[in-house]
Design a protein around this ligand. Structure first.
Ligand SMILES: [Zn+2]
Length: 173
């Protein structure tokens, strides 16, 4: 989705610092749009749920029954390859922050997989319809089994390894 027009400001300088300090990264506009679209498709979910025992981390959109966790990741905080740019003078500071966030994302994903969940990460810059398609496909895969499963030798059940294949970030470079 590189070069797609976006309708929200992309932080590019220290002027954004003040705004970022109060950023709770919940109920962002892209997330609200996605939720509305999913709801209109008849999908029902919970929001901002703590999934992992003993962890304060929350998934943005959660389908409990099929153990599907959806994260709508902000381009700035999570280091979207298409949009993440900062002034050179502050680069080190923000890079360290973003690196830390990405490490935490990865750790969250791994913990979710270990607990039998599928973690689906969507960049906030993704068009709502496409994002909803991806979530819906993942949901239906979890509910009915992934397409092509029956062709696999032995009809193995959906495994953590399958999950691992599907936790790559969507969109970006
Ligand atoms: Zn982006």
């Amino acid at each position: 989705m590189k070069g797609e027009p976006v309708d929200y400001p992309i932080p590019s300088s220290t002027a954004t610092t003040a705004r970022m300090k109060g950023n709770r990264s919940q109920d962002t506009l892209p997330e609200m749009r996605l939720r509305r679209e999913l709801h209109s498709r008849g999908l029902r979910y919970r929001t901002h749920v703590r999934i992992l025992p003993g962890s304060r981390r929350r998934a943005d959109i959660v389908f409990t029954r099929v153990q599907l966790a959806v994260f709508v990741d902000g381009c700035f905080w999570h280091g979207c390859p298409a949009h993440w740019t900062v002034a050179r003078s502050n680069r080190e500071y923000w890079q360290a922050k973003v690196d830390k966030n990405r490490q935490r994302d990865l750790d969250t994903d791994q913990q979710l997989i270990g607990a039998g969940w599928l973690s689906l990460r969507i960049w906030e810059h993704e068009p709502t319809g496409l994002a909803a398609d991806l979530v819906q496909m993942a949901y239906e895969d979890r509910l009915y089994g992934p397409a092509g499963l029956s062709e696999r030798p032995g009809d193995e059940p959906w495994t953590a390894a399958d999950n691992a294949l599907q936790t790559g970030r969507l969109g970006g470079a």
